[in-house]
Design a protein around this ligand. Structure first.
Ligand code: URA
Length: 293
C-alpha cells in the first residue's frame, strides 16, 4: 500500500506581495481609463497563479473558454471594476486570438505577435490620440537592442521607430558603429506617441512595459543601449540623472545595459556628440566591433 502523500507548498511572500501591487496598479489604471478588462496574454504566470488563488474555479473556466475562443475572434479576462466592489475576478475569460495564440504564448512569444497585440492595445489614453502604433523594428536575433523613449510625429505617421530628424542622426550613429539598422533591434519604452511629445506618464509606462519586456525576452540581446533619460531611468528603475548613468554598463534583468544621450538631445546639443560616441565605442568594444570598422 502506498504511504500517505504529504504535499508541501512554499510561499514566496515577497514575490506575491510584489505581484499583488502590480495587479493593484493595473486595476487602478483600468479603472482610470474605464476599461473593464485586462488582456489575459499580458498576465504572467505567477500573476495567473494569483488569479487562481482569488477564485477556485477560474482555471476550469479559463480552459473551457479557451476552447470556445477558437471560434471567436477577440476575448478578454473580465474584471469586476465597479468603484465600490473591490477587485474581484470573474471567470468570464476568453483569450485574445483564441487557443492558437494562447498556445503560442505558452510555447514562446514572437515579435509579430507582440506587434499585433500592440496594434490592438487600448490600455491607456494614448490609444485615442495615436495614428499608428510603433512596436519596434529590426532583427529578431539582434545582439544589440536600442531602446528610445516614445514615437514622435514622424514615427506616429509611419509606424516605424526613429524615422524623423533624430532618426536620421540615429541611423548615422548605428552606421558609425559598423552596423546597419537591420542588424540591430530598435524599440521604445512607449509604443504610442504622447501628444505634443510630452514625457510619458507613469501609468502609460506601466501599461506599455510588458510589451517591451516580452520583446527583450524574445530578442535576448547581448547588450541594451538606452537612449536618453526616460529610457535609462525606466529600465534601471532609478531617478538618477542621465549624466551619472551614462558611460558605463549597468544590468537590466541580467543583460548589460549602457545608457547614452538621446539623438534628439544630440541635435539640440551637438557638443555632446563626442560623449555619445565614447559611449557607443564602449558598446563596440564589448561586442568586438572595433575591428569591423
Ligand atoms: N524618439 C524616440 O525616443 N523614439 C522614436 O522612435 C523617435 C523619436
Amino acid at each position: 500500500m502506498a504511504g500517505k502523500q504529504i504535499l508541501k507548498m512554499t510561499i514566496n511572500y515577497h514575490k506575491y506581495l510584489a505581484l499583488l501591487s502590480e495587479l493593484r496598479l493595473r486595476i487602478e489604471s483600468l479603472k482610470l481609463y474605464g476599461q473593464p478588462y485586462v488582456s489575459a496574454t499580458e498576465i504572467n504566470n505567477p500573476l495567473k497563479e494569483l488569479i487562481c488563488l482569488a477564485g477556485e474555479d477560474v482555471e476550469e473556466e479559463i480552459i473551457s473558454k479557451q476552447l470556445e475562443a477558437e471560434n471567436q475572434s477577440s476575448s478578454k479576462l473580465l474584471l469586476d471594476n465597479e468603484p465600490q466592489s473591490g477587485t474581484e475576478l470573474t471567470s468570464n475569460h476568453k483569450p485574445p486570438g483564441g487557443l492558437k495564440e494562447t498556445l503560442n504564448q505558452l510555447n514562446g512569444d514572437s515579435l509579430d505577435q507582440i506587434g499585433r497585440e500592440v496594434a490592438k492595445c487600448r490600455k491607456c489614453g494614448l490609444a485615442k490620440t495615436r495614428t499608428n502604433t510603433v512596436p519596434g523594428a529590426g532583427l529578431s536575433s539582434a545582439k544589440l537592442m536600442f531602446i528610445g523613449e516614445a514615437p514622435g510625429a514622424d514615427e506616429d505617421k509611419q509606424g516605424e521607430p526613429f524615422v524623423g530628424r533624430a532618426g536620421k542622426l540615429f541611423t548615422n550613429m548605428i552606421e558609425a558603429m559598423g552596423l546597419q539598422r537591420n542588424e540591430v533591434y530598435i524599440a521604445n519604452i512607449l509604443k504610442c506617441r504622447p501628444p505634443k511629445n510630452r514625457d510619458p506618464e507613469a501609468v502609460e509606462v506601466e501599461m506599455c512595459k510588458p510589451f517591451l519586456k516580452r520583446q527583450i525576452t524574445e530578442i535576448k540581446p547581448r547588450i541594451i543601449c538606452a537612449l536618453g533619460r526616460v529610457s535609462a531611468q525606466t529600465l534601471l528603475k532609478t531617478k538618477s540623472p542621465l549624466s551619472t548613468l551614462r558611460g558605463n554598463f549597468h544590468k537590466y534583468e541580467g543583460t548589460d545595459l549602457l545608457a547614452t544621450f538621446h539623438p534628439a538631445y544630440l541635435l539640440r546639443n551637438p557638443a555632446a556628440k563626442k560623449d555619445a560616441w565614447n559611449d557607443l565605442q564602449i558598446i563596440m568594444e564589448k561586442m568586438g566591433l572595433t575591428d569591423k570598422r
